[in-house]
Write a protein that binds this ligand. Structure first.
Ligand SMILES: O=C(O)CCC(=O)C(=O)O
Length: 172
């Protein structure tokens, strides 16, 4: 999310209910591979990050989760049944580290090898941080299947609302 609108504070965005996109917060519920790969990124066009996002990027850097300090933050909201298509985040647009914090309901993210079609499910628990670097950033595609439950080692688990906060560094 790239906005300085105070209505776009993280707490307001995490409140249950419809996305407050009318408040100027950019919440992406779903995105397609095409959206992700073709989206034009111009860092000069983006307003400053809100305070909560600045403190999150600072902490990720200070705690050495990210080598570079992220300068782009997006918030995605998923209602049960929604997902995100398999994609690699735009290579010429973003740096070598992509991190995401998961909030709300746990969801399974699939990592897909483009050649062998091997699929590795990764459970994204509430409060967890995932950092994609190297092959997980550049080779494997990641996706969230649009379904209402996930099969886990503990059986089928119904999905609730999930909000993810993704941190990237804009190139150029
Ligand atoms: O929701 C997530 O954790 C990942 C989001 C994502 O892959 C993206 O916005 O490109």
């Amino acid at each position: 999310m790239t906005t300085s609108n105070p209505a776009c504070s993280l707490p307001s965005m995490l409140r249950p209910g419809p996305p407050n996109s009318d408040a100027g917060c950019s919440i992406t519920a779903i995105a397609t591979t095409t959206d992700v790969e073709r989206s034009p990124i111009r860092s000069s066009a983006a307003p400053p990050l809100p305070i909560w996002a600045l403190s999150a990027t600072a902490r990720l850097h200070r705690d050495r989760q990210l080598n570079e300090r992220a300068d782009q933050v997006i918030v995605n909201e998923y209602q049960p049944g929604q997902g995100i298509s398999a994609h690699v985040d735009c290579v010429p647009c973003f740096g070598p580290e992509v991190a995401a914090i998961s909030l709300g309901s746990a969801y399974t993210m699939d990592f897909l090898d483009p050649d062998t079609r091997v699929r590795i499910p990764v459970r994204l628990e509430a409060g967890s941080l995932i950092v994609m670097t190297g092959p997980s950033r550049y080779r494997w595609r990641h996706a969230i299947a649009p379904r209402k439950s996930d099969m886990t080692p503990r059986g089928r688990v119904t999905r609730g609302r999930r909000v993810s906060v993704t941190f990237r560094t804009v190139l150029g």
